[in-house]
Design a protein around this ligand. Structure first.
Ligand code: MN
Ligand code: MN
Length: 468
C-alpha cells in the first residue's frame, strides 16, 4: 500500500520545475547546439550532410570500411544523400535484435516543378508543387530560400543554396492585398490560396536585347548560366526546394522555446544523433536511423518503405557470419528489434483548446512524449504499441529519471496522422512513437521547448543504453 494517498495519482511535471541550475544550463546549451544544427539542415540533403559531418567528428566511419563487428564499433551508412543509419555495435549478436531510434529529415516545403520558369508582366516566376501537408495560406508573403541539386546534361551535379546568408537574395510567393481580397476572403482557409497559386517570384529585370520576346525569363537564365553553367532543360533533372529563409530563434523573454523551420522532424533526428554519440557499453546494437519521404507517405527508395535498412542489417549479419548472409538470422535480427519511432507530437495549444482532449495531450515543457497510437477516426491506420513494450520503455524512462508524458494526436475524430512506426512493426519489431511536442506543426516556423528537446535526447540515450 502506498504511504501517501497522493502516490496513487499519475502526476505530470514540468521539466523546468524538476531540474536544478546546473541542468538548466545544460538544457540551454543543448538548445544552442540544436539551433546551429537546424540552421545547417534546411532540407533532407543538407540534414544528412550535417549528420555525417558531426558523426565523423565523433569517430563514426563509413560502413564500407568496417571489416568486422566488435562491441563499440561506430559506423554510418548513407543512402543516396537523403537517408542515413548510424550504428554503435553492442556486446550481443545482431541476431538478438537492435535498439533503433528512427526519425525523418524531410519536412513540408515548396518544391519547384520540372519545367518551372515563365515571365508575366515584368516578373519572372517559377511554378511549384508543394510537398507534404502544408496549410497553403501560411506559405505566402514570406522570404524563402532555394536549396537543391541539379544534374546537368553532361551528368555534372550542381548544389544550390541561395537565401540563407544575409547578403543573398530571397524568393517570394505573393498574396493579395486586403483592399482587393473581397472574393478571396469569402473562401475557406483551404481554398483561399490554391496549389497552382504558389508561384515563386525569382526575377524582375529584363535582358538587354530588343529582339528577345522573353526578356525577363532570359535575364534569369543568363544569370543561372553564368553562375552555374545550367540551361533551362537542366531543371528536368533537378530537385529544387523552397524553404523559409532565416535562422532559428529563441521565443519568449525567458528564452525557453525555439521557433524554427523543420522541427518536424529534425528535432528527433538531432536528439537521436546526440544520444547515439553518447552510447556506452551497450548490450544491444544501437541504431539512429534518419529517413526521407515521411511527409509524403514514406514511399520511394529513400523512404522507410525502401529495402535500404534491412539490406544494411543483412550486411551486418553477414559480417558476423564470415561473410555469409543468412536469411533466418536476418529475420531474427529484425523481429527481435525494439524501435522508438521518433517523431513530433502535437502539443496542447491554449489558443485552440477545442481540438485536443487535455488529459491525453502533450503539454509543452513536460518532456519526451509517448504516443501509444496515432491514426484517425477509430485509430484508423495506426500502429498501436503493445502495452508490454510501452511498459518496458516507461520503466527505462522512470529508472533513468526521464521526464516523460503521454499524448494522442488531438481529440477523437478531430483529424489524425501517422509516422514510420507501422512500417518497422511489419518486421514484427516492437515499435512505439516517441518524440518532442510541437506547436504549429507543419507551419513555416514551428515551436518547441528546449526542455523537451533535452529530455528527448536523454530519453533516447536511456533507451539505447538500457532497453533489453
Ligand atoms: Mn514527423
Ligand atoms: Mn510531419
Amino acid at each position: 500500500m502506498a504511504n501517501k494517498k497522493s502516490d496513487l495519482f499519475y502526476k505530470r511535471n514540468f521539466v523546468w520545475e524538476k531540474i536544478d541550475e546546473k541542468v538548466k544550463k545544460e538544457v540551454f546549451s543543448v538548445g544552442e547546439d540544436y539551433k546551429a544544427f537546424l540552421d545547417s539542415s534546411k532540407t533532407e540533403r543538407e540534414s544528412i550532410k550535417e549528420i555525417i559531418k558531426r558523426a565523423e567528428k565523433e569517430g563514426f566511419v563509413p560502413f564500407s570500411s568496417v571489416k568486422k563487428l566488435t562491441a563499440g564499433t561506430k559506423f554510418y551508412c548513407e543512402n543516396k544523400g537523403k537517408m542515413v543509419a548510424l550504428v554503435v555495435v553492442g556486446k550481443e549478436s545482431v541476431e538478438n535484435g537492435l535498439n533503433i531510434v528512427g526519425s525523418h529529415v524531410d519536412a513540408p516545403r515548396i518544391d519547384i516543378k520540372q519545367n518551372p520558369m515563365y515571365e508575366d508582366s515584368g516578373l519572372t516566376l517559377m511554378k511549384t508543387h508543394y510537398y507534404g501537408g502544408i496549410r497553403k495560406y501560411q506559405w505566402v508573403a514570406l522570404p524563402l530560400a532555394l536549396y537543391g541539386t541539379i544534374i546537368k546534361k553532361d551528368g555534372q551535379k550542381i548544389e544550390i543554396s541561395i537565401g540563407d546568408k544575409e547578403d543573398e537574395p530571397v524568393f517570394y510567393i505573393s498574396d493579395l492585398l486586403p483592399h482587393l481580397a473581397k472574393d478571396q476572403n469569402t473562401k475557406t482557409l483551404r481554398e483561399g490560396i490554391e496549389g497552382e497559386g504558389l508561384n515563386v517570384i525569382i526575377g524582375s529585370l529584363p535582358f538587354n536585347d530588343k529582339d528577345e520576346d522573353n526578356k525577363f525569363k532570359r535575364n534569369i537564365l543568363e544569370i543561372l548560366n553564368e553562375k552555374y553553367g545550367i540551361e533551362e532543360e537542366d531543371f528536368i533533372s533537378a530537385e529544387l526546394e523552397m524553404v523559409p529563409a532565416g535562422k532559428s530563434r529563441d521565443v519568449g523573454l525567458d528564452r525557453g522555446l525555439i521557433a524554427a523551420y523543420g522541427h518536424d522532424d529534425r528535432v528527433c533526428a538531432y536528439t537521436s544523433l546526440r544520444a547515439i554519440f553518447e552510447v556506452e557499453n551497450n548490450d544491444k546494437t544501437a541504431v539512429t536511423l534518419c529517413v526521407d519521404k515521411e511527409e509524403v507517405g514514406s514511399n520511394g527508395n529513400t523512404g522507410m518503405h525502401s529495402q535500404f535498412f534491412n539490406n544494411l542489417v543483412a550486411e551486418m549479419v553477414a559480417l558476423e557470419n564470415s561473410g555469409n548472409s543468412n536469411e533466418l538470422k536476418l529475420r531474427r535480427a529484425l523481429a527481435n528489434s525494439s524501435v522508438l519511432s521518433a517523431d513530433v507530437a502535437a502539443a496542447f495549444d491554449p489558443t485552440y483548446p477545442s481540438v485536443s482532449e487535455k488529459q491525453n495531450c502533450a503539454i509543452i515543457g513536460q518532456g519526451i512524449t509517448i504516443v501509444k497510437y496515432t491514426g484517425s477516426g477509430g485509430k484508423g491506420g495506426c500502429n498501436d504499441a503493445n502495452a508490454e513494450f510501452v511498459g518496458k520503455v516507461r520503466k527505462v524512462f522512470n529508472d533513468n529519471n526521464i521526464n516523460w508524458q503521454t499524448s494522442e494526436l488531438g481529440k477523437v475524430d478531430q483529424g489524425g496522422g501517422g509516422t514510420i512506426a507501422y512500417i518497422l512493426a511489419n518486421y514484427n519489431m516492437d515499435v512505439v512513437d516517441i518524440g518532442v511536442p510541437v506547436i504549429s506543426m507543419h507551419a513555416p516556423y514551428e515551436v518547441v521547448s528546449k526542455a523537451d528537446v533535452y529530455e528527448t535526447y536523454k530519453g533516447y540515450l536511456a533507451f539505447f543504453n538500457h532497453c533489453k
